[in-house]
Design a protein. Structure first.
Length: 257
């Protein structure tokens, strides 16, 4: 599950399914922090050329910056460790997965802070263009973001992304069993298993971004920093009741001891 994807048209990249009832909107659940490295997988695009990457405003499509990268082949899978947050920290890169010619891993380290500007990226080369879905690149309210490193069972390499979610509190939950002890004629309760938990909340995001967040959290390999987590219970996507396209979620993660 990639949070940032490439599309062949800008209209497709910025599209969302709207309701005729909506009047208030919120976008950009993805927030990349400057000088941090992020890796995302893209499929079914041709990225083997020297593309120019431009940063554009969603509001008026004006170019406000650019990103550099080099093309490289991924190293051997045995050299990549799940706990690492700096798998591709050396440079801004687009790397090919040697197991599949149609899969690329884009790795970028943005250095410019675009503040509150919702942006998208445009890849161009020799008349061919690709566009990303919109997101933020800023350190504003960085304490309300979390960087996740993750992969599913079918992937060979890890992806990473920062989302507008943040740690709220620690918690604890125990599984109990109750039985009747005939010798003492007492009802006995025993602790079977105890879970130490961490509870998180999100900022306001579009429903599409909330669903994307839930899908990332459901990955079997999920890390925050060097610590591995599992989603403790299913994420409930809120039902909209007013004229908005956005909401918040709460979710609980269980650290893997």
């Amino acid at each position: 599950m990639s949070a940032i994807n490439l599309y062949t048209t800008k209209a497709e990249a910025l599209y969302f399914k709207d309701s005729q009832r909506n009047s208030f909107y919120e976008f950009g659940g993805i927030q990349l922090l400057p000088n941090n490295t992020y890796t995302q997988k893209v499929t079914n695009v041709e990225l083997g050329n020297a593309y120019n990457i431009s940063v554009l405003k969603v509001s008026d499509d004006s170019v406000i910056g650019g990103l550099l990268y080099v093309l490289d082949e991924l190293p051997n899978i045995n050299a990549i460790y799940a706990a690492s947050n700096t798998i591709y920290a050396a440079s801004n890169t687009i790397r090919t997965d040697s197991f599949s010619n149609s899969i690329f891993y884009i790795s970028i380290t943005p250095t410019v802070d675009y503040q509150n500007e919702l942006i998208y990226l445009k890849f161009t080369y020799n008349g061919t263009s690709y566009y990303t879905n919109p997101f933020y690149i800023t350190a504003l309210d960085e304490d309300r973001t979390t960087k996740f490193t993750y992969k599913d069972l079918a992937s060979n390499y890890y992806e990473s992304i920062s989302l507008k979610t943040w740690f709220r509190q620690k918690s604890r939950q125990s599984e109990l069993t109750t039985y009747y002890e005939s010798s003492t004629k007492n009802t006995v309760t025993q602790n079977i298993k105890t879970h130490n938990l961490e509870m998180y909340e999100s900022e306001f995001m579009s429903i599409e971004d909330l669903i994307m967040t839930a899908e990332i959290l459901e990955n079997p390999y999920l890390y925050i920093g060097s610590k591995r987590y599992s989603l403790f219970e299913a994420v409930k996507i809120p039902e909209l009741t007013q004229q908005e396209n956005f909401g918040k979620i709460k979710f609980t993660l269980a650290p893997n001891n």
